[in-house]
Design a protein. Structure first.
Length: 408
């Protein structure tokens, strides 16, 4: 798919699932980890797909790229997931052309996030594109698109209150505890997993609940030890999980492991437990979730919490949409001009031929740099006229004619 004319807006697709039409159990079937992403890109190259990226978070899995049909991208994605293409399509949304482009802008701005305005999506989008770029799957079109999306997102963040306040899954978990648990600072809290979400959750627990009664466990124990030392908390090892779960009143799970880490035997008959599972797929076993002594809260329930901050953010949506519209038009203009690149390259070559022709040859004292500047001015002038008049062939001939007359 190296054809320059193929990589245009009409052939750009996004196919994905998110929290709007599928719950966490379904989304978990289509989560893409680092190894799956790498394998997927290798497979894509073998199929002739060479410009795409995958965004996989707790709330969505999406594949973006150029293809002859959305089915190509769906089958590629599902070749590396637990779930199959048929299950994916039942809950999927498929967007093409300008609709797909606008979707990327909305995602980057947090307008499509489960928690409106969640700015963490920007970092996730950057990481997703970085992986694809390092593997050679980000071309001129996609790079320009993502740069425009990031520019739009930055303007929205700096000039609106769409991301105002502190609302994220990490904060929503702490907000839930503060609102639903009497005297939360007096409870024993166990936090499993100190990755990005776990770390943010931990800091929010300390800041908003004003408690140090927190024990950290992580698969890599040194990370739990480091964070515990930083925040003056306790830490333990995974080997002591059963004991720590038994002692805890509140358990927060942010491990994102492939298999559940909290099992039925960990919590059955161990007293009342409030468990908040922030992981996708769920890291609390299904039979543990329904025990009579367990009060279970997952990411979907947390994300439905409504507060004044979200109401404020809703009021900012029209402003954000207006900013996106401006950057979207800018991107479309760039795409339109990009159609003329082959002609402008040909014109550049022809101008260089004319400079070298004996009839038009310049004095030997003419600096090559000066010649290049002159040619570039002609190209810039021609590009400007094409943008205004959209007459490619006429402008090509006009540029040659003006160039010849100027050098006679």
């Amino acid at each position: 798919m190296e054809n320059h004319y193929f990589k245009t807006i009409p052939n750009f697709y996004v196919a994905g699932i998110n929290y709007k039409k599928s719950d966490a159990s379904v989304r978990g079937q289509f989560a893409i980890g680092a190894e799956q992403y790498a394998a997927l890109l290798v497979q894509a190259a073998g199929q002739g797909l060479n410009e795409l990226f995958i965004l996989s978070t707790c709330n969505r899995t999406e594949i973006y790229g150029f293809a002859h049909s959305s089915q190509q991208l769906i089958e590629l994605l599902c070749s590396q997931t637990v779930g199959n293409a048929e299950t994916f399509q039942k809950a999927a949304y498929i967007k093409n052309g300008i609709e797909a482009i606008e979707h990327v802008f909305n995602v980057g701005a947090g307008l499509d996030s489960q928690i409106l305005g969640d700015y963490e999506i920007v970092g996730q989008l950057k990481s997703a594109v970085k992986v694809a770029k390092e593997a050679g799957f980000i071309g001129a079109f996609t790079e320009r698109l993502i740069n425009c999306v990031l520019q739009s997102s930055k303007i929205i963040k700096n000039t609106t209150s769409l991301s105002g306040g502190t609302v994220s899954v990490a904060f929503a978990a702490v907000q839930y505890i503060a609102n639903m648990v009497p005297n939360p600072s007096g409870k024993k809290i166990l936090l499993l997993g100190v990755g990005k979400i776990g770390r943010n959750t931990c800091k929010n627990l300390v800041d908003y609940l004003e408690t140090k009664n927190i024990t950290l466990i992580n698969r890599s124990p040194e990370k739990a030890q480091d964070l515990a030392g930083e925040l003056d908390l306790q830490h333990s090892s995974l080997d002591c999980l059963n004991e720590e779960v038994a002692k805890a009143d509140i358990i927060l799970v942010a491990t994102n492991a492939a298999q559940p880490v909290i099992l039925k035997e960990h919590v059955e008959g161990k007293g009342e437990k409030i468990i908040l599972d922030l992981s996708i797929p769920y890291n609390v076993a299904s039979d543990a979730q329904v025990l009579p002594n367990v009060h279970m809260v997952n990411v979907d329930k947390l994300s439905k919490l409504k507060d004044d901050t979200l109401k404020m953010r809703l009021a900012e949506v029209p402003k954000a949409k207006g900013i996106i519209s401006e950057l979207l038009i800018e991107f479309q203009d760039w795409c339109e001009m990009r159609k003329h690149v082959p002609m402008l390259k040909h014109l550049k070559g022809k101008l260089k031929e004319l400079y070298a022709h004996p009839h038009y040859a310049q004095p030997t004292t003419t600096c090559p740099k000066t010649i290049d500047i002159h040619i570039q001015r002609v190209l810039n002038d021609t590009a400007g006229k094409i943008k205004v008049q959209n007459q490619r062939g006429c402008q090509y001939l006009s540029a040659l004619n003006n160039f010849i007359n100027a050098n006679n």
